[in-house]
Write a protein that binds this ligand. Structure first.
Ligand SMILES: [Zn+2]
Length: 453
């Protein structure tokens, strides 16, 4: 069956001749073609040539029908040739009808195609790169839109259902990668214990956590916990508080993780990502969040020697709410009070604000409960509201980086009328996170290393 080099050359030359003739005939028959018409004919002819070129190369591989047969991956004995089987594979260069030998181990009752293993065809009818396109686009767009992009721009005929299936299959592998990384990170030395041979010589890093809502079929709106790990860099910018231009700390190289479920797994996931980012080598670090207690519990478990900061804007929102309770919603007095409290808040005197609010409960019995709640917020978070100090030490005080992360997850997950089955969404989350972290290709390579179970 295998062709000699001369036979291959003759075959391809013949096809190239035909293709060129067809182009010249078309030119003669098509007066004044538009560029679109020219593009269409050239792409069509090119595809025919591409398919044949790829096919001839594939046919020339020993793995089509190896003698002796391959070793059984289970028992190591030689596998026996059964028969030739044909299966089509859609690839970036077109449709490739593959004819290749099937081998079987009688002891283990296991069969395989040596050629598929060589070509890394782990997804039956799809080449690795087409599967990668489908999964990558699914992380960016709805499945039907991914289909349209692949059809129109990629000239790859794939249905939205097939795009969806690739995403389910490989999304599960993305999850497995994530789980493995999480296991490694949780088994490694605890935070704070110096890692042998590691110096704390890297720039400051930070982690920020928040939640976004996603709509699950049969469950309603559920919280997607989102974590962002970032490097800290000083850049000249306007201080939102004083409006001076100074070197302010910014989050850069943001990477994201997300989890649909409890804080425990999420915390391990964030910690695994922080470790991957070289957290243990950072000179210093910080954790940012709103006032949600689960965030600070996680900070205590995984990041106990990091600085902690309640997002500045959440802090001022609580000031605004307290001002409304004191002076009536939207009144000039409320505005004035809030403005006056911003400076003590910025300077780290949240405890004084709490005391003022508690005192005021005596003269505002109608809103006393609300005032006590706000006082509690400032009291409990006082140590995390050292804004001036954090800023002077070169740390960001706003958690915009994780809020942007939440927005990016919502942009894909919360389209009009979107309701997700939990497992489907769970497979898409690490894909989306890898894209947002600009490391999709890296995670893909790790996920696509062998046939999934
Ligand atoms: Zn065997």
């Amino acid at each position: 069956m295998r062709r000699s080099r001369a036979e291959m050359k003759a075959d391809l030359t013949k096809l190239a001749d035909e293709v060129i003739d067809e182009l010249l005939d078309w030119t003669a028959d098509t007066p004044e073609p538009t560029l679109t018409q020219i593009e269409d004919i050239v792409l069509r002819l090119r595809q025919r040539l591409s398919e044949r070129m790829a096919l001839r190369v594939i046919e020339a591989q020993k793995a089509v029908r190896p003698v002796p047969g391959p070793q059984c991956p289970m028992c190591g004995k030689e596998m026996h040739y059964k028969d030739m089987k044909q299966d089509g594979v859609d690839s970036r260069v077109g449709y490739l009808p593959l004819e290749r030998g099937y081998y079987y181990c009688e002891t283990c009752h296991q069969g395989l195609f040596p050629l598929d293993r060589q070509l890394h065809v782990w997804d039956k009818h799809w080449s690795e790169q087409v599967a990668r396109y489908a999964v990558w686009l699914s992380g960016l767009l709805e499945y039907e839109e991914a289909e349209r992009v692949l059809n129109q721009i990629g000239q790859i005929p794939i249905s939205d259902t097939s795009v969806w299936r690739r995403t389910q299959k490989w999304g599960e592998q993305f999850q497995a990668e994530e789980t493995a990384q999480r296991a490694v990170a949780t088994a490694s030395p605890a935070r704070g214990v110096p890692v042998a041979g590691e110096a704390r010589d890297q720039p400051e890093k930070g982690v920020a956590m928040d939640g976004a809502q996603v709509h699950l079929r049969g469950e309603g709106w559920k919280e997607l916990k989102v974590g962002c790990v970032f490097d800290i860099q000083l850049l000249p910018s306007e201080d939102p508080h004083t409006h001076e231009v100074l070197d302010l700390a910014h989050a850069v190289n943001n990477s994201y993780v997300a989890h649909l479920g409890g804080p425990e797994t999420f915390g391990e996931l964030v910690w695994a990502e922080a470790r991957r980012r070289g957290w243990t080598r950072a000179r210093d670090s910080e954790v940012l969040g709103d006032g949600a207690p689960w965030i600070w519990n996680l900070a205590h478990t995984h990041f106990f020697d990091s600085r902690q900061g309640v997002d500045w804007y959440h802090g001022t929102e609580h000031l605004a709410h307290a001002a409304d309770l004191l002076h009536g919603e939207g009144t000039p007095a409320a505005h004035q009070w809030r403005k006056a409290q911003e400076t003590p808040l910025f300077e780290g005197h949240a405890d004084q604000i709490a005391a003022r609010l508690l005192q005021a409960t005596a003269v505002h019995p109608a809103t006393a409960d609300g005032l006590r709640r706000e006082a509690g917020y400032f009291q409990n978070n006082q140590a995390r509201m050292q804004y001036q100090e954090l800023r002077e030490d070169g740390f960001p005080i706003g958690s915009g980086m994780v809020e942007s992360g939440c927005k990016q997850f919502r942009a894909r997950f919360n389209g009009p009328g979107m309701r997700w089955s939990r497992p489907c969404l769970e497979r898409l989350i690490p894909i989306r996170a890898a894209i947002m972290s600009r490391r999709f290709d890296q995670v893909w390579q790790a996920a696509y290393k062998s046939p999934p179970n």
